[in-house]
Design a protein. Sequence first.
Length: 496
Amino acid sequence: MKKLKSIVALAMSLFMLAPSSMFASSHREAPITALDHSADVTDWYAFVSYDDPTKVTFILNVDPLLEPANGPNYFPFDPSVLYEMHVDNNQDGLDDVTFQFRFNTEIRQPNLFTGFAGGIAGIPEITSLSGSGSEGLSLRQTYTVTMIKNGKSTCLNGGDTLYAVPSNVGPRTMPNYESLFKQGIYRLRDGVTVWAGTADDPFFIDLGAAFDSLNFRSGVGPILTEAIDDDNTHNFAPDAVGGYNVNSIVLEVPITMLTVDGQRHGAGDKRAVIGTYGSTSRHEITVRRSPNPDQNSGPFEHVNREGNPLINELIIGTGFKDRFSMDFPKNDSQFADFVLEPVLASVFGSLGVPVAPNPRKDLLILVQYEAPICPGCGPGDAGPVADLLRLNTGIPPTPVGSQRRLGFIAGDVAGYPNGRRPVDDVFDISARAVAGILVNPVTYGTRLGDGVQTKTEGFNNSFPYVMPANSGRDSAHTGPGQAGCTGQPGGICPVM
């Protein structure tokens, strides 16, 4: 523990001296989201932008495990869902700044049998989101971005029309999908940048092994060798999410729009720390009236939310997952026992893994404002027990070449659980936290992991920080016995 504390303390002190300038994350983690895919928050990311430390990037991913080839409608955003990004900046667990996203769908060629066509039957290839070259975009979506702050609602896109980037159908229909992807980047008022559309799912995990009662690949997990654990660039087991897409909303915002006083602060100041989460909501009553539009009435109610990855998936009991999904972070004290006495820790113990004894107050770092993420927070600043992804905006981003997949516990203090970046291996980090690495990294620091260390498709290290969607015609998935594990002989993923 002294070693871990010294690493964190050293890194934090360096940043303070600088001038101010169960396991698929949340892919269908609750019964309600298994029935409502389009409102399922798969992942929530919040981090200081890699190339501009004056800004924070939020990524809200929804609708899990989208098969790239699944036409004819593919996977548009749901116009009846309210997508939101929430920020608490004064340690009370309540929204102080909220960003809302609403989508609208138009069917431009109602007699066409598919949502996207091009390079055939006289329809030009799709090369643009609007105007010439967009004729084949029969199913097209636009959206609005609204900020709610101090009781005032502001439409950030003004009079501009924002188009969501569609699925990547294939090279005949969309010969330069990379161009369409980049066209979806919009610069809004007040230094805000936004992108929305279908993207490669950045999450990575050996999903099948995890859900088969922790039946990991032989020679790989659940306890990693030192050589595998130190490898941040190769996979030793199949990434079950590889090759799948997800719907993504990415927003980059100046830090001064988020903090309590509109200023930037150093890492040692509690005003530098914000609590965040993403959510989806529906009207209380929805009546399907096809072919007419849905009829919605009543207030919006949460369908799903996520702050820290894997809290609902890995900590909350199945009988309580829907209640957790639909409630608000400020009410999370009702779930405190799941954090203080995590069942997963007993599962690890049954496998012979040393685990810290209950009550697990060390895990409160995930649900309260406290050091080391908030070194400036005192006893009166902890706030209520609330599942918020806390981000210290005073800690600058780690350069891309120096980022560590294990984030904070590997000394990379710009990584999870100080916010979350796509590169952070939240499965391995969370498993070790549940075992007790924060209590004592020697006694409870077993190298738990699944052997999936990175994303097969790679990462995008600049805005919008997500990769273009996988091709419907040409994509493939990573599985046992298939290529995709560059850390194994011949690059073939193990079966057993």
